[in-house]
Write a protein that binds this ligand. Structure first.
Ligand code: HEC
Length: 285
């Protein structure tokens, strides 16, 4: 009994302490100590949940946004053109798409490097020859490679939400973050906040008040031919979904297999239980 009381008292202290710290941080908006300042907005994604699937039309639009906007600065080194089969394109369409790119290849038999049109097995070429060139063209910050970005970013959700996340199977932290970041420009920083020169205020940025990437999207910038709205919000959703696909092209298979495994385990568990009852049936309790 005594032990339990001591434990309870300790727990009380911890809770009070945390509250006090939280109150202390409460907050000087001009000098935030926690980033991101705003948590990402939770969007509804077609690929969420145990039965989620990609929306191929959305992925195709997202690819268009990547090609026409993001690829000017961001590489996607790990993604081969043939991966785009998952967007519903035929082999011929992928060949045409790959051939739009020039790939630096070689050396040939004479020992020279040469340029040739892309093939489906090539990967997306990078916009800059190396990281230093990428950084120096972007004010000192190299735009991160996009192949795995949707899996590499995501805001920590903290207790107790990460417990609920296990049950709701929340795994969209990456795309939620990218969407919020892309739509999070155009806001006025709180009075007194210092924004370093050459950076852009964005309250959704993970690691500071502002980042080196200027607002990349504006309304009407990319033409959609399926009638979807040509707005920053829609572009941001589509490109985030596409980046999720780039990072995890086999997500649908993974989810399908997972479901089958659960069904199998349930049936198998029932069989084992029945067998156990049978085996022990004649033993007196
Ligand atoms: C003009 C060049 C440029 C364009 C175009 C651009 N970016 Fe960036 N991006 C950058 C730079 C530079 C950084 C690194 C910023 C930093 O760390 O301060 C960056 C960083 C990012 C980050 C990472 C932020 C983080 O948490 O580290 C994401 C996500 C991102 N860009 C998404 C996009 C998307 C999506 C597009 C296309 C719609 C795009 N960017 C277009 C230059 C660009």
């Amino acid at each position: 009994m005594k032990k339990i009381l001591t434990l309870l008292a300790l727990l009380g202290l911890v809770v009070a302490g945390t509250a006090a710290i939280a109150a202390e941080e409460e907050h000087n908006p001009a000098a935030p100590t926690h980033f991101p300042i705003n948590e990402p907005k939770e969007m509804s994604w077609s690929f969420a949940g145990p039965f989620g699937t990609y929306d191929k039309a959305q992925l195709q639009r997202g690819l268009k946004v990547y090609k026409e906007v993001c690829s000017a600065c961001h590489s996607m080194n790990l993604v081969a053109f043939r991966t785009l089969e998952g967007l519903g394109y035929s082999d011929a369409q992928i060949k045409t798409l790959a051939a739009e790119y020039t790939i630096h290849d070689g050396p040939n038999d004479a020992g020279d490097m040469f340029d040739r049109p892309g093939k489906p097995s090539d990967h997306f070429p990078a916009p800059f020859p190396n990281e230093q060139a990428a950084a120096s063209a972007n004010g000192g910050a190299a735009p991160p490679d996009m192949s795995l970005l949707a899996k590499a970013r995501g805001v920590e959700r903290g207790f107790p939400r990460f417990i609920f996340d296990i049950f709701t199977q929340y795994a969209q932290g990456g795309p939620d973050y990218i969407h919020s970041l892309l739509t999070g420009y155009d806001q006025t920083p709180p009075a007194g906040m210092v924004i370093p020169e050459g950076t852009h205020y964005n309250p959704y940025f993970l690691s500071g008040v502002s980042l080196k990437m200027p607002k990349p999207l504006s309304d009407g910038q990319v033409t959609y031919d399926d009638g979807s709205p040509q707005t920053v919000d829609q572009y941001a959703r589509d490109v985030s979904a596409f980046l999720m696909f780039a990072a995890e092209p086999h997500l649908e298979d993974r989810k399908k297999t997972g479901f089958r495994v659960m069904v199998f385990l349930l049936l198998f568990g029932a069989l084992v239980y029945m067998t156990k009852r049978r085996v022990w049936a004649d033993v007196a309790h």
